[in-house]
Design a binder for this molecule. Structure first.
Ligand SMILES: [Zn+2]
Length: 150
């Protein structure tokens, strides 16, 4: 089976989040059969909820749909390196693979900061693939924060 990236769908969610005035980060979760079971963008402002990151919202929707707090065999595509909170949630959900776009030196928790998946207390480590459409993902964020500052 040929590898198919779902990062375009995640980028579409990121753009939609930006259009709502949210930090433009998007995520989709794909089932083992290749179906998109959840898609989400950041909604922290809209929901007045600091935990409403794209990954968390996608995990909640996919788990509700599956009727389970675990999603074995599922993949997550997210436009930005997950923060420590999201990395922990990804581990709890037992996701098989995480594909992410841009690195996040400021708030990332995978390859920097607490490096959640390398921590001995992390009981499930997904396969990690970084740098997928990293340029597009980073450009969205840069544009968003540039517009905020002016
Ligand atoms: Zn997060």
């Amino acid at each position: 089976m040929r590898f198919r990236s779902y990062m375009d769908e995640a980028l579409a969610e990121a753009r939609a989040a930006g259009a709502r005035g949210e930090v433009p980060v998007g995520a989709v979760i794909v089932s083992p059969s290749g179906a998109v079971v959840a898609r989400a963008g950041n909604r922290t402002r809209e929901l007045s909820d600091p935990t409403a990151h794209a990954e968390v919202l996608a995990l909640r929707a996919a788990c509700a749909e599956a009727g389970s707090d675990r999603l074995p065999g599922h993949d997550l595509y997210v436009t930005l390196e997950p923060c420590p909170m999201c990395a922990a949630a990804i581990s709890f959900a037992r996701l098989a693979r995480v594909y992410y776009g841009a690195s996040d030196p400021k708030s990332g928790g995978v390859e920097q900061g607490p490096r959640v998946f390398s921590h001995p207390q992390c009981h499930h480590v997904p396969e990690l693939y970084d740098g997928i459409a990293a340029k597009e993902s980073a450009a969205l964020l840069q544009e968003f924060f540039r517009e905020r500052r002016t």
